[in-house]
Every structure is written in C-alpha cells, then in structure tokens.
Design a protein around this ligand. Structure first.
Ligand SMILES: *Cc1c(COP(=O)(O)O)cnc(C)c1O
Length: 232
C-alpha cells in the first residue's frame, strides 16, 4: 500500500470516528484532497486509492492537472475544486475548467464567472467565502454582507450556489476552533432556511478537521495529512 493510500485511510478513519462520536453520519462529509504543489503522480496514487475530489489553489497549476486527467478518462469521474484566492483576470480559466469554486467573495467576480461558464457544462457550483476571523489581510466577505451577495448570486443562471466556506485564522486550541466553526454553522443553517439547494459547508483543514466535523462541516479540505508537507 502506498503512503498516500495509508494516509487517506487514516484521514477517512478520523472523519468517521469524529462523526460517530458526535452523532453524525460520516457519509454527509465529503473529503476534498488538496493537491496544490503536488505532482500528478501523487494525485494518481490518491485516485488509485479511490479518491475523486481534488482541490487546487493556483489557477494555472490546477488547469494543467485537470487537462492531464481529462485525457485519462477516470471513472467515476474526478471533481475539481478551486479553493485559492482568485484575481478577476483569471476567472475565465476557473469558469471553463473547474466544477466548484469555493472562494467567491464579490459581485463582480460572480458576474464574470457566470458570463464565462461555457454553455456545454453544468452550472459552476459556488461557495461564498466568509471572513469569519475578521482579519483584514484575509479574503472573504464579512458576515453582514452575505445577504446582499447571496441575492445577486441566485440571479445568475450559470452559477449554482451550494453554501459557504471559511479559512479561520490558525488556532491551536480545540474549543476556540469549535467556537469559530459554530459561527459558520449558524450562518449556514440560516442560509439553508432561506434557499433550497444549500447543502455544502466547506470547513476544516489538517490541523482543525475534527472541530469542523463536530460543528457541522460537510466538506473538509485536507492537504498535508494526505500528501505530506507542501513542495514550495
Ligand atoms: C492549502 C489549503 C488547504 C489544506 O491545508 P492542509 O493544512 O495542508 O490540510 C485547505 N484549504 C485551503 C483553502 C488551502 O489553501
């Protein structure tokens, strides 16, 4: 068994045991393997172990991998998630190649992605990124501005709003991780009450995944625990 396969089994085991401990069904939680900076051979090892959803942060690198794996015709098919900050001038590559976009945080970017999504593809699944820790350096929308962006995004036919995403400030303490994730879960539940089709809360990375699962995450984004430390 490859190291990546062993790592994946451990991560899946931790998601499962954490879910069971808090009375959740592990099937509600999708594991997104964050493959940024990793070569296609690492992704191939994850695919061989059954992994299908991958997250990339850099547009160019992500598109190269998507094109490479399209030629391999993997079944069941892979899904590709853009999870990095996106400059508006690179929106077309995301609209034309990815299945999901996790970091939508402004109306102008939403309009561009909508206009650039090819007709032959299904609508782009989008998550609105919330700046839940309130750090001025990080991207994401202030919670108070969520309603306005939601009302604009739901009018765009080539986007399909699926939920929310956040990257909280790094915090070693479990209880504090949980408190921040619970604020996100409350926003998510509110949104679910207002709109149909809201089913995805993208929360949790290698160092805070259990707290995210306890708070209600439906999609954890794990890089280091699967692929090892990043190649810089
Ligand atoms: C890199 C990255 C991850 C994965 O982080 P790890 O700590 O390696 O699990 C998850 N989400 C986003 C947005 C990232 O940029």
């Amino acid at each position: 068994m490859s190291t990546i396969e062993q790592n994946l089994q451990q991560v899946i085991g931790l998601i499962s045991s954490t879910a069971h401990q808090c009375g959740r069904d592990p099937q509600e939680i999708t594991l997104l393997a964050v493959s940024k900076t990793k070569p296609v051979t690492a992704i191939e090892a994850a695919i061989a172990a059954g992994q299908r959803a991958f997250g990339e942060n850099y547009v160019q690198e992500g598109v190269e991998k998507i094109v490479y794996f399209q030629q391999q015709r993997i079944t069941p098919p892979l899904s590709w998630h853009f999870i990095g900050p996106l400059q508006s001038n690179k929106s077309r590559l995301v609209a034309e190649n990815f299945d999901w976009m996790h970091t939508l945080d402004r109306p102008q970017l939403a309009r561009r992605l909508n206009d650039q999504r090819p007709q032959g593809l299904s609508p782009l699944n989008v998550l609105i990124q919330i700046n839940i820790s309130g750090e001025h350096s990080k991207s994401g929308l202030a919670p108070a501005q969520l309603g306005e962006l939601v009302s604009q995004v739901v009018e765009l036919p080539r986007l399909r709003l699926r939920g929310l995403m956040a990257i909280p400030a790094p915090e070693p303490d479990y209880q504090r991780q949980l408190a921040v994730f619970q604020q996100m879960a409350a926003l998510f539940t509110d949104l679910q009450r207002q709109l149909p089709g809201i089913d995805t809360l993208s929360l949790g990375m290698t160092d805070d995944m259990p707290a995210a699962v306890v708070a209600g995450s439906t999609m954890v984004r794990i890089g280091t625990a699967i692929f090892g430390a990043r190649n810089l």
